[in-house]
Design a protein around this ligand. Sequence first.
Ligand SMILES: Cc1cc2nc3c(=O)[nH]c(=O)nc-3n(C[C@H](O)[C@H](O)[C@H](O)COP(=O)(O)OP(=O)(O)OC[C@H]3O[C@@H](n4cnc5c(N)ncnc54)[C@H](O)[C@@H]3O)c2cc1C
Length: 307
Amino acid sequence: MRDVVIIGSGCAGNTAAIYTARANLKPLVIAGHEAGGQLSLTTLVENFPGFPEGINGPDLVENMKKQAEHFGAEFQHGSVVDADLSQRPFRLNIEGEWMETRTVIVATGASARWLGLESEQKLIGHGVSSCATCDGFFYRGRKIIVVGGGDSAMEEANFLSRFGSEVTVIHRREEFRASKIMLERVHNNPKVKFLLNTVVEEIFDVSEKLVTGVRLRNVKTGEIRTQDVDGFFLAIGHVPNTRVFKGQIATDPDGYILSQGGARTSVPGVFHAGDVQDRTYRQAITASAAGCMAAIEVERFLEAEGH
Ligand SMILES: Cc1cc2nc3c(=O)[nH]c(=O)nc-3n(C[C@H](O)[C@H](O)[C@H](O)COP(=O)(O)OP(=O)(O)OC[C@H]3O[C@@H](n4cnc5c(N)ncnc54)[C@H](O)[C@@H]3O)c2cc1C
């Protein structure tokens, strides 16, 4: 029987592991299919406090992991494939093996939706990004593409126009999901132009490990064209990784955990941390802070229960 199992090994899970390990709770972290979480997909991180020269994303999460292990946290490969949170102790199934725990921290993140092109996957962190706040600064005076037609695409296009020489919004339809006010703001922005009814067929150049251009297709006319670009930003949504808890923890219609205040979920003893609950900020520092909050709540919960 564990005192605490942390599901997910991104910034939120690893920070929760540091705090719970230092509280002597011997946490077990289930790493998941993406050990290190989303930061393991990126290169330079320049906005995590404490690193004046920046730090590589994979190094940052690896350091957090080492720090947690230093205080006794254990890490296990594999994913939670099933869970029974209906009674305590909670039961978690890790790739076929059930285990019991008094508390759970869900730090499973929210995965960005990608187009699914092979070139796109190979160029993530090398010009392809799903986070304008994180990577916009790298594209000062450069050409930028934003893919999407919702509010977040409009927000990212506006934000990126502060840096880029030009921003092209590519949207596969003519109608937008974005609100009128957001659309208007972008339409009035002289740096932003739109390419509608257009899909991205290929991103160049995998051999150079750098984004240099795209091949686009107009879905109405069939016209194919190429366009030079330096930064390629996806803004077509995120999917919170809560499928295994479906029906057991309260979520919003998109699957994000609904917080009951602090780090509490609708199930006493199960806490949330990071992007799995946060559809607004989605940053390493906010995810780490949420991991800290969840860990402190776990300590207090266990203490109140006499453990
Ligand atoms: C390309 C890119 C660049 C970024 N750059 C920056 C930046 O410069 N600065 C910044 O502050 N933020 C940046 N971010 C955002 C930042 O990475 C996220 O906000 C942060 O990683 C969220 O941390 P998290 O721990 O909540 O979730 P994640 O990092 O998404 O981690 C989730 C973890 O849960 C695990 N998991 C999922 N399902 C299961 C399961 N069923 N069982 C077990 N484990 C599971 C995964 O394997 C993973 O380890 C970037 C994101 C991307 C995609």
